[in-house]
Design a protein around this ligand. Structure first.
Ligand code: PRP
Ligand code: URA
Length: 208
């Protein structure tokens, strides 16, 4: 699929197994999300622009690198927050913006209820973060909102994606690369990802 990177790594498979397993408790679920967030960030930032600088080691002067652009992490509330700790631990200078979108349970249509974006998203590398890409409604909505607010360079970071959600994002935002740890089989009649991991927000926040 164009513009979609699926991370293949044995450790990712182990974390995904914890996350999918319905007997995993909240503490382990949170830890697995944080750890997998680091790996997702490693891949999502693999083309981060760098500027050269000069530093001095205790031995002599040498070349070093600093980010040549700002990184802004934008979790889609609530469940997107589950990956932020991991991503921030990998890229501590990143700014964090927030977009609140939930799915109407009957229509499955996205409803926007909150936003708070830092300045400078027009020049930044923006990582929109949501563990679940199901119908793609929430993701597509969030991406349109960010573009309306000036964002140009955006990547969509998800943990598990349904083919339907990927298709929707590729149609509505073909310029936005998708990074995911798994492309699952399909959506069920309630628009949940199969096999998926259930409701990511409820499992992460313990609100089941
Ligand atoms: C979940 C998930 C995504 C959305 C994905 O959020 O975190 O944002 O569903 O579904 P979609 O691709 O079909 O739009 P939810 O509405 O459950 O809200 P929450 O994160 O507050 O729990
Ligand atoms: N949102 C979730 O949390 N899980 C799904 O499977 C689909 C949407």
């Amino acid at each position: 699929m164009d513009n979609v990177s699926v991370i293949k790594h044995p450790v990712v498979d182990r974390y995904l197994t914890y996350l999918r397993d319905k007997t995993t408790d909240t503490a382990l679920f949170r830890r697995a999300m944080a750890n997998i967030g680091v790996i997702l960030a490693y891949h999502a930032l693999d083309d981060l622009e760098l500027d050269e600088t000069e530093i001095e080691t205790p031995i002599q002067k040498t070349k070093g690198y600093i980010p040549g652009q700002e990184v802004v992490i934008i979790p889609i509330l609530r469940a997107g927050l589950s990956l932020v700790d991991g991503i921030v631990s990998f890229m501590p200078e990143a700014k964090v913006g927030h977009v609140g979108v939930y799915r109407n349970e009957e229509t499955h249509q996205p409803v926007n209820y909150y936003h708070n974006l830092p300045g400078g998203i027009d020049a930044a590398l923006n990582l929109v973060v949501d563990p679940m890409l199901a119908t793609g409604g929430s993701g597509s909505h969030a991406l349109s909102f960010l573009k309306e607010n000036g964002a140009k360079k955006i990547k969509f970071v998800s943990l598990i994606a349904a083919p339907e959600g990927i298709e929707k994002l590729q149609k509505t935002h073909p310029d936005v690369p998708i990074i995911t740890a798994s492309i699952d089989e399909k959506l069920n009649e309630h628009a949940y990802i199969v096999p998926g991991l259930g409701d990511a927000g409820d499992r992460y926040f313990g609100t089941l």
